[in-house]
Design a protein around this ligand. Structure first.
Ligand SMILES: [Zn+2]
Length: 274
């Protein structure tokens, strides 16, 4: 099937801006996430707009669950962490948003000649790039989410997430350690943010919603996680996908999220998504 790409672009650039401080023996870095977007919905940058923080009005539309595959080098733990991020978004909509189709055989991020070429294969992939330079992004970019839209830009038609493994160790930051060459980045936290982009959300300002998973700054390092979505994140994702059942009670959801955070560090893979 031939496919025409109208808008390609995007993304989640996580640019490291400063060494913040040193504590608990681990170095903490605060990163700035800076979008590199060729198309955004009008109003997505305006906190007074009803489209604030949304880049594609109807997300994947009727094409949910969206099908995805993963890099064959992914570990079971890493896959589980990315899927925990997916379950977070499913938990707060009450809908099945993602369908796993297994690994994309023989295809890592390094298989593609550049960043955007991975969109041409009709497979929505989660890829790891050891040769990150060829994406054209700086070493300080942790991951990039790229997508295509339909002609009127109301729907997402294809998407890939490219993860930088040349400078970072992606995994459970509560468990794994940094090395002299590579800093730990909590994969569930990073994936939850990138998956927000994949579903249709863009960044929101920290002053607008300091608890948002979609805010443009993030701490990385051993022991640092930010896996929670905020009440405003939930309201925003429900604008795109609606809600079902218990997910429609946002106040109750937020309470469950806080409870879950206390109990198991927001690992949604451990709780029922009903
Ligand atoms: Zn981002």
């Amino acid at each position: 099937m031939k496919h025409t790409y109208y808008y390609v672009g995007i993304v989640a650039t996580l640019i490291f801006i400063f060494f913040n401080f040193v504590a608990c023996g681990a170095q903490f870095y605060k990163l700035s996430l800076e979008d590199d977007i060729s198309h955004e919905l009008i109003g997505s940058n305006d906190p007074n707009s009803e489209y604030y923080g949304i880049h594609t009005l109807h997300g994947w539309g009727a094409n949910i669950p969206m099908h995805y595959q993963s890099d064959p080098t992914i570990s079971q733990d890493q896959l589980r962490q990315i899927q925990a991020g997916m379950k977070t978004w499913e938990f707060v909509t009450g809908k099945k948003l993602f369908q796993y189709d297994g690994v994309h055989a023989n295809t890592t991020g390094d298989s593609f000649p550049d960043l955007y070429s991975s969109l041409k294969d009709q497979i929505n992939g989660n890829y790891f790039d050891e040769n990150w330079n060829k994406t054209g992004k700086s070493d300080q970019v942790l991951a990039t989410t790229i997508w295509t839209n339909n002609r009127d830009q109301s729907l997402i038609t294809a998407c890939d997430i490219r993860y930088n493994i040349s400078k970072y160790i992606l995994g459970d930051s509560l468990v794994i350690s940094s090395t002299p060459d590579k800093e730990v980045v909590d994969l569930q936290s990073l994936a939850t943010h990138e998956l927000g982009h994949l579903l249709g959300l863009s960044h929101v300002d920290e002053s607008y919603d300091p608890n948002s998973i979609m805010k443009a700054t993030v701490f990385i390092g051993e022991g640092l996680i930010s896996r929670k979505v905020s009440a405003l994140d939930i309201a925003r994702i429900q604008k795109l996908y609606g809600c079902e059942g218990a997910a429609c009670d946002i106040d109750a959801l937020v309470e469950k999220i806080e409870y879950n955070y206390e109990m198991n560090h927001e690992d949604f893979s451990l709780i029922s998504s009903n």
